[in-house]
Design a protein around this ligand. Structure first.
Ligand code: ZN
Ligand code: ZN
Ligand code: ZN
Length: 373
């Protein structure tokens, strides 16, 4: 488990914004358990255990983290943000939560709370109305604050360094299996500062036509596209980058031409990532370039996803999402072209919308680099 450690001010600021959202929505108390809303407001990521951890966050009054006594030492206390209420093995933590909630009428619960705890809590709070805390916390989490943008920037830079090693031929490809290259990339993500590797897709030749291909025992050959999509978590925030390389000599005209379209599509998606546009405008801009070149049927997924403490989170860059882009929205721009049974390619960067326009968090070479290793 990996979560960010920011200064107490960061959590106090987030808690006050959560309380403002609670007031606006008429929510009396928010209950957060496992999942990423809890570390967003406390810095503590609860392990998904059978023992209950729960932050009881009232609109007014002090927030309390009900936590198994044996887990309590792992919490970095944030004075003024929340208090700790450790419970022992023979106590009933649901009863403790119910007492803290008291007579609150409107209770919002985190999406990932185990059903067993909610089911036990319901009869203890017979007059409460329940709703989902995602409606309160979600919009705040989607707009990254300065501390989060800094963490995403650092994670992106670490992923860029691995991409640079790939481009420089420091990660041998030809004659190795996809799985071996995937393990190599994973080790380098850790060496460059990530705490966890979330994925390292390596897909060679025809396998690259499957966007989420699982790296296997396929041996990488000369003269093919190798798609590498990798990322991890560093100080609680995720990286996610895709670069394709061509093994051996120069790519064929067909591949080079298609890649030029992909590159232009990625650039158009980035350009559209500005305040005043909707999320779907990013998808439309990237897709228009690929459609215009006649590859529209081969771009088979949305253009991007939000990124933060989770590798995929709101907001999604997809047709139908008319949510306006706002400062602090961090998301991927990752168009792809996939010719089933033949080859595939994707080009992915992380972008943050700011008042001064879209800002790229990845800077690794975007061209189809030929790797002779
Ligand atoms: Zn994906
Ligand atoms: Zn990716
Ligand atoms: Zn992605």
């Amino acid at each position: 488990m990996s979560s960010a450690s920011f200064s107490t001010d960061v959590y106090l600021d987030r808690l006050s914004r959560v309380r403002a959202a609670m007031e606006e929505r008429g929510v009396d108390v928010v209950l957060l358990s496992v999942g990423h809303d809890l570390p967003y407001v406390t810095g503590y990521l609860a392990m998904p255990l059978e023992r209950l951890t729960m932050l009881v966050l009232p609109l007014r009054g002090d927030a309390t983290m009900v936590i198994p006594r044996l887990e309590a030492p792992r919490v970095v206390e944030q004075p003024g943000a929340f208090g700790l209420l450790p419970w022992g093995e023979t106590e009933d933590p649901v009863e403790l939560v119910a007492k803290l909630v008291g007579g609150a009428q409107s209770v919002a619960v985190g999406d990932q709370m185990w059903a067993r705890f909610l089911v036990d809590l319901l009869p203890k709070l017979p007059s409460a109305r329940f709703s989902r805390a995602v409606d309160v916390v979600g919009p705040l989490r989607a707009r990254k604050d300065a501390a989060e943008v800094a963490a995403l920037t650092a994670a992106g830079a670490a992923a860029d360094r691995v991409a640079a090693q790939l481009h420089a031929g420091e990660i041998p490809l030809i004659g190795r299996t996809e799985a071996a290259v995937s393990a190599d990339i994973s080790a380098r993500l850790i060496a460059e500062g990530h705490d966890i590797v979330n994925f390292a897709i390596v897909a060679a030749g025809e396998n690259a036509a499957s966007p989420h291909h699982h790296a296997g025992d396929r041996v990488i050959m000369r003269d093919e596209v190798v798609l590498c999509d990798f990322g991890g978590t560093m100080n609680g925030y995720c990286s996610d980058i895709t670069r394709c390389v061509y093994t051996g000599s120069a790519p064929t005209t067909e591949i080079a031409d298609a890649y030029a379209v992909l590159h232009a599509s990625n650039a158009a998606g980035y350009e559209a990532g500005r305040i005043g546009n909707d999320c779907q405008d990013v998808d439309r801009a990237a897709r228009k370039v690929i459609d215009g070149a006649g590859f529209g049927d081969y771009f088979i997924h949305r253009t991007g996803h939000g990124i933060g403490m989770e590798a995929h989170e709101d907001p999604y860059m997809v047709e139908g999402n008319a949510q306006p882009l706002a400062a602090g929205h961090a998301f991927s721009v990752e168009p792809g072209i996939y010719l089933s049974g033949r080859w595939g390619m994707r080009l992915e960067d992380i972008v943050v919308a700011t008042d001064d326009g879209p800002v790229l968090l990845n800077h690794a070479d975007r061209s189809l680099v030929t790797v002779e290793a």
